[in-house]
Design a protein around this ligand. Sequence first.
Ligand code: PLP
Ligand code: LYS
Length: 387
Amino acid sequence: MELNRDYILQKVEQYPTPFYLYRMDLLTATLDACKNAADKYNYKVHYALKANSDSHVLSTISSYGFGADCVSGQEILTAIENGFSPNHTAFAGVGKTDEEINIGLDTEIFTFNCESIQEIEVINELAEKKGKIARIALRINPNVNANTHKYITTGLEENKFGINRWEFETILKTLEQCQNIKLTGLHFHIGSQIVDLSAYRSLCLRVNEIQQWFIEHRILLEHINVGGGLGIDYYQPDLNPIVDFEGFFAIFNDFLELQPHQELHFELGRALVGTMGELITKVLYIKNGQRTNFAIVDAGMTELIRPALYQAYHKIENISKSTHNADEFYDVVGPICESSDCFGKRVKLPQTERGDIVAIRCAGAYGQVMANQYNLRKIPEVVYYEG
Ligand SMILES: Cc1ncc(COP(=O)(O)O)c(C=O)c1O
Ligand SMILES: N[C@@H](CCCC[NH3+])C(=O)O
């Protein structure tokens, strides 16, 4: 499924760099693979809008019948505008404002994934004012290590997310007082860019233990949501453009003990949209340093912050030159006034010169959505390749 590089070079003639290029052919192939694998077990997939909330991308994903996983009131409204059903929309987040909770109540979303006792009490109060019953799931902190970057791990006791095991009794007492709340499920999410899938096996075993506690307390739950986090291959996107959804869902089928009629839900972001996006940028200058040569490009950490924020690796290619003779090393940096504005150190590229076009691969997830206007830069445009 490799993209014809000439296509990008043609687009550069029409659109100013830097821009995001979204491969809709790869997106639909990924959605097909995910849906087929999930349907085998009747698992329900929610798309995590935070990964990429471009309208064309959203309406393509919603057309597959996926639900939406939202973390703000604005994401709920955007999901619904782009064809996601409120009946299949979940609202997570440690800091939901009253205004956002009201959006969830007014649109009658499927569930609020609640992260604290205080939050449950506020949702109850607001639902009571509207004469509504809010469906909630408890986001449990499973204390499972996802073995990923410390900034994107979420399921450890030291993280701010979720309700801890020692709070369960108090939660049940609170729920007894909350007449406008219906507990319908449990929610878990252990982190992002998880490539060691044994973390999911550990999660399943922990979910089984936690379910047991609720069964013993005679609480029946309609659904279990095991979150997202499935990682992509940032190193070899052409070899592995689509993640192994079959293998991923099979882990849950093998290790998670669902109760009769209980649904299993997922919230995938990166695995659906990560590889289909590339950041296309132009080389402005080649600057020879004492120890390093710099390729200074016209995109910066303002367009793609992941390398600066998490030391994340993105494959970098000079698409103006044949990759066969890549034998020079460059630090590929942007124009922003920050030393962390660097896309890669000692990147092996063919001899590169001013005007060359560079693709920063696997930028479909947490790319454009995290762009900002530091140094008064423009938010980059998106160009779509329909295939
Ligand atoms: C609660 C929750 N669900 C789903 C996701 C989606 O994660 P990913 O894009 O890694 O699949 C995230 C982000 O890590 C999250 O915080
Ligand atoms: N934004 C992060 C992932 C965080 C996921 C949201 N909890 C990234 O680019 O990898």
